[in-house]
Design a protein around this ligand. Structure first.
Ligand code: HEM
Length: 438
């Protein structure tokens, strides 16, 4: 098979790490069809830096050395761009989405979108998350094994709609939820929900445009929801506001839904873990605030371990270099994409002994550096939901586990499968209710 390729550009010579020599088309297909096995096979064969050829991106350097990951996250945003790696998001989020911006525009958009999801705002969302979880799980019956994934998508959609639109826009929220349940969440196969979401874009745009006009006409400066914040910005066009809302749906709904599905899977693989979480929840006073739940150590460690095992998003966004960059002993030229691999770093035996075993305790006995554990990426592209998502995972799990007892009813081995750019548990993951508190 392949391997070391020597490139000579102008006067400088540089060597790319080794990697498969199969055609770029075949490598892209492998990456899509075998999202984890492809990374693991390459690691085995070529080591902690390898080069793959992915579609129009060209040479992508996949990195599982933590020090190199640290150096990539620390790169100045002047040295790379992300819009090429995220090109496909344009079709579902729109061309103004923060995910497809670089440079000054990206910085400005983050200044707008990050504050509404920062710690001081999270308290406001916490009670609502518990309420929505109760509403959705009220519909669960105890008759036969069921797939939790669909419920988790519905739940995280409702949470995002509430965070974006606050308590108003009741009709708009109902219409959106209706469209999702009747047309988008039909099956959750690899790319289908996103394709259906893309097809419904014109309709969503029309509905949100009408709501923007209504808000502008009856503008209330005291309203603090994200929609009001966006509408209040004179500099934003209607299309930009719509694209920011689409970005919240796509980035914030599936990721959390899959994190929750994985959490319920792992918790029900090991009865002792479930028991320890229950004991912790029982130790709280009955009138405990939701924020007290988010501070529980074992529940927190369990959610961290969930995102270590299958980080939902198996890599951060690839950084395509616009200038020469040195990472450890490698000199990389412009045009090369650097991709720290979350999944591979999270499974390094030297950092996480027995890495394929689910052990929340590892997060109680050790603190991991942000380049050893990075489910939310890092640097200037760090996930803007990095505070909200862990809180949502803990509150939803705590609400579910205090009301229901399940047994695992998986039909065969549950495997990580692709859901868009994410890692989902396969559809045969099922739970069966054996007891519920009313
Ligand atoms: C378990 C849940 C989640 C996971 C695992 C996750 C993971 C990630 C990752 C890995 C990135 C790329 C970071 C990088 O390249 O360095 C990212 C970016 C992003 N995430 Fe999340 N995310 C989650 C939830 C959310 C939520 C709830 C929201 C919004 C409400 C959100 C909004 C975004 C946005 C807008 C970006 C792009 C940031 C930028 O390009 O500057 N995510 N996320």
């Amino acid at each position: 098979m392949s391997t070391e390729k020597i490139y000579v550009i102008m006067t400088s010579t540089f060597t790319l790490p080794p990697g498969p020599s199969t055609s770029p088309m075949l490598q892209s297909k492998e990456w899509i069809d075998r999202p984890i096995d492809f990374w693991e096979d390459c690691l085995q064969q070529y080591g902690e830096f390898f080069t793959v050829q992915l579609g129009s991106l060209g040479s992508v350097i996949v990195i599982s050395n933590p020090e190199a990951a640290r150096q990539v996250f620390a790169l100045s945003p002047k040295l790379f761009e992300c819009h090429q790696y995220n090109e496909h998001y344009k079709y579902v989020m729109g061309e103004n989405s923060v995910l497809v911006q670089d440079g000054e525009r990206h910085k400005q958009q983050r200044k707008l979108l990050v504050p509404p999801l920062q710690v001081d705002r999270l308290k406001i969302y916490a009670e609502k998350i518990c309420q929505i979880t109760r509403q959705i799980t009220d519909k669960w019956t105890s008759e036969k094994p069921f797939s939790v994934r669909l419920s988790m998508h519905e739940l995280s959609l409702k949470v995002i709609l509430d965070i974006v639109f606050g308590s108003s826009e009741v009709t708009l929220k109902q219409q959106i939820i209706g469209l999702f349940s009747s047309q988008i969440f039909q099956d959750l196969g690899s790319w289908s929900p996103w394709a259906r979401f893309g097809k419904l874009h014109p309709l969503f745009r029309k509905m949100i445009a009408a709501a923007i006009n209504k808000r502008r006409e009856n503008f209330d400066p005291n309203c603090t929801d994200i929609f009001n914040l966006l509408v209040s910005m004179d500099t934003l066009s209607d299309a930009e506001i719509q694209d920011h809302i689409f970005t919240f749906y796509i980035a914030g709904v599936d990721t959390v839904a899959l994190g929750l599905s994985w959490a319920l899977y792992w918790i029900h693989q090991t009865p002792e873990i479930r028991q320890k979480i229950r004991q912790e929840l029982n130790s709280l006073p009955p009138d405990a605030e939701p924020m007290a739940i988010t501070k529980l150590p074992y529940l927190t460690a369990t959610c961290q371990e969930v995102l270590r095992m299958y980080p939902v998003v198996s890599t951060p966004i690839g950084r395509k270099l616009t200038a020469p960059v040195q990472i450890m002993d490698y000199n990389f030229e412009p045009g090369i994409t650097l991709l720290p691999c979350t999944y591979l770093v999270h499974h390094r035996e030297d950092i996480y002994p027995n890495p394929h075993s689910f052990q929340p305790e590892r997060f109680l006995s050790r603190q991991y550096a942000p380049y050893e554990y990075f489910p939310f990426g890092g640097g200037n592209r760090l996930c803007i939901g990095a505070g909200l998502a862990p809180m949502e995972l803990k509150l939803v799990l705590a609400t579910i586990l205090s009301r229901f007892e399940f047994i695992s009813a998986n039909e065969g081995e549950v495997k990580p499968v692709r859901h868009g750019t994410m890692l989902a548990p396969s559809d045969n993951m099922k739970l069966q209710i054996i007891h519920r508190e009313y």
